[in-house]
Design a protein around this ligand. Structure first.
Ligand code: SIN
Ligand code: FE2
Length: 221
């Protein structure tokens, strides 16, 4: 294996970066799970973003989020000074959010099943774009009507350090490196665990450029 990326890491480190990992009672990192889907997924993502482009949003507290956001599916998530919410219309265009492309739905549904969550019916896909320096503060996903369905999170592009905490904001967090194609699924007893993303490091991903794109699928309505 001379000259391969394996040479850069010890056996244990490589194992950690390439193996599926259980990170909670009902939470898993599925390493590289999305890789076979990426080629079919990117053109659909491009179409979605042409219709509902990334935009900066403001939190109810008045902070501009460092990640830029868009959505597809029956419901899209947004935030402004008056609160967080899911809406059927893109507030910028006043048109419905772009439909959830089949390939994205299939990826989310099979990843959920792989993690033990059968019959996942996502109706919302939030799309986050992080340029180097952008981050996501610790938060819970709790604007959904029910917490019976898991969250499925697909990472593309630059690597990130994902923080996976507990049910209290100041609980200890696991730091998990996520790479292009990794999928994280959390649900059931872990559905409301705090999570976030440390500032993305400078870099250029060969396929995605100088950015990380994260897709989070949920059943919101
Ligand atoms: C999120 O929690 O909305 C995004 C998580 C991530 O970017 O990995
Ligand atoms: Fe989240």
């Amino acid at each position: 294996m001379s000259g391969s990326i394996a040479d850069l890491f010890s056996g244990d480190a490589l194992q950690q970066l390439t193996s599926n990992k259980q990170i909670g009672e009902q939470s898993y990192v599925l390493r590289g799970y999305a890789l076979p889907w990426v080629e079919r997924l990117l053109p659909e993502l491009r179409r979605v973003l042409a219709q509902s482009p990334f935009r900066k949003m403001v939190t109810p507290g008045g902070f501009t989020m460092s990640a830029a956001l868009s959505s597809c599916g029956q419901l899209g998530w947004s935030t402004d000074r008056t609160g967080y919410r899911y809406t059927p219309l893109d507030p910028d265009s006043q048109q419905p959010w772009p439909a959830l492309p089949d390939v994205l739905r299939q990826l989310a549904v099979t990843a959920a099943a792989e993690a033990g969550f059968g019959h996942f019916e996502p109706d919302a896909c939030l799309i986050n774009r992080y340029v180097p320096g952008a981050k996501m503060s610790l938060h819970q996903d709790k604007n959904e009507r029910s917490y019976a369905s898991p969250v499925v999170s697909v990472s593309l592009g630059l690597p990130a350090v994902f923080l996976f905490g507990g049910h209290q904001r100041n609980d200890n967090t696991q730091k998990i490196s996520l790479f292009h194609g990794d999928v994280v699924v959390w649900g059931g007893v872990d559905r409301l665990r705090f999570h976030g993303v440390l500032p993305i490091k400078e870099g250029v991903h060969p396929q995605m450029g100088a950015q990380r794109i994260n897709l989070t699928f949920r059943k919101a309505g």
